[in-house]
Design a binder for this molecule. Sequence first.
Ligand code: ATP
Length: 445
Amino acid sequence: MASMKTPDRMEKIVSLCKRRGFVFAGSDIYGGLSGTWDYGPLGAELSHNIKELWWKTFVQSREDMYGLQSSLIMPEAVWRASGHLSGFTDPMVECTNCKKRFRADHLEGKNKEQHTCPSCGGKLGEEKVFNLLFPVAMGSTEVSGNMGYLRGEIAQGMFVNFKNILDTYHPTLPFGIAQIGKAFRNEIAPRDFLFRVREFDLMEFEYFIREEEWQEIFEMWRTEMWRWIELVGIKKELVSELEVAPEDRAHYSKRTIDFEFEFPFGKKELYGLAYRTDYDLRAHMSASGVDLQYFDQEKNERFVPHVIEPTFGHGRTMMAVLASAYTEDTLGDEPRVYLAFHPRIAPVKVAVFPLLKNKPELVAKAREVYSLLKKEIPQTVFDDNGNIGKRYRRQDEIGTPFCVTIDFDTLEKEGETVTLRHRDTGEQTRLSVSELISYIKKAIV
Ligand code: ATP
């Protein structure tokens, strides 16, 4: 088995993703656009399953969370107030020879010591401050005041809607506002597949609290984040926490823990947990002139709540899930590659086959079982291409946990039993169609 840290392993995952329709380069037929990736049919299903699981876990199954979908474009005033216009920057260096640009804080080894270009070896120029926000000129003329920005983080959508939620739902503290949506960052050097891109989804909530309870609630969300890591099928042993030093924290944070994952290209940030204090609500209160205080009726007190923010990068989740699932083994004396997705996030839950393609009665029965399953479990597919062994391998490679084969026993013996084959072990069991549906439904929750 390949070691967890080889770039080779990364190449294998990227090539499987492309070959089987998980992920394609953005604007592929024009040579690709750096920092963008498009999800194909299987990637779209996987992405959807992860988002749905997150939403169910952190929003729908709780009483203290309010869902939101806020706009992707927000005016300059929001980003000035939040501090992103001045502080959302990375240090950049440009090569005086090949003109390529790099993150100064990402230079390594001799390039860092001698200030030389990692690409051509030329001399690097002066370090400059580079703002990551994408400007958007709105309206037919570019007049000042009409400037907007694609959101660099989705959190500001929650802060500017804080009063709307207070006024419409009258929640009591602590409570959260959650959303899943795109963020845009004009990264200096996009790299490492889905890890560092210019457009990505975030799954995040702002959890509003009383200042004095911040440590306790920070710990509560820390535990919940670990629970999520397990739930989504990321290997826990590949995740570790990093207490971010004060000088490395974002401008709004008083404490940050990064959850780092052992990606095939090294240990890097997967998720973040930050104590944002009352920084954002206060900033928006003073810039907008709107009162964003919370009123505690029992205590007859008015105050600005503090915030704990767990952030889950969606693209990085996709990568960590793929890297955790990618497995090479030997089954029946043959080497194989399979994705050991947890059934709850697998893009295809079950594949139905007739044992033989040229026997109409088998095909008709298989179609019947397929239709039954598809109604109950939409992520079901039908396959009658090639021999049964090849079909199993194809499904293993995309991480389908269950394959169902309709054979002559299904037609001839009583009870309409089918063969259920398990992806990880190759083990096969016989059960009736009704048992099959309840078995798979239980396995995918
Ligand atoms: P980095 O130091 O890697 O640039 P950051 O510390 O600026 O990241 P945060 O602001 O904490 O990142 O971003 C929150 C989350 O968004 C990260 O935990 C990560 O999952 C995700 N994320 C950030 N930048 C990118 C990106 N360019 N591409 C994909 N996901 C990203």
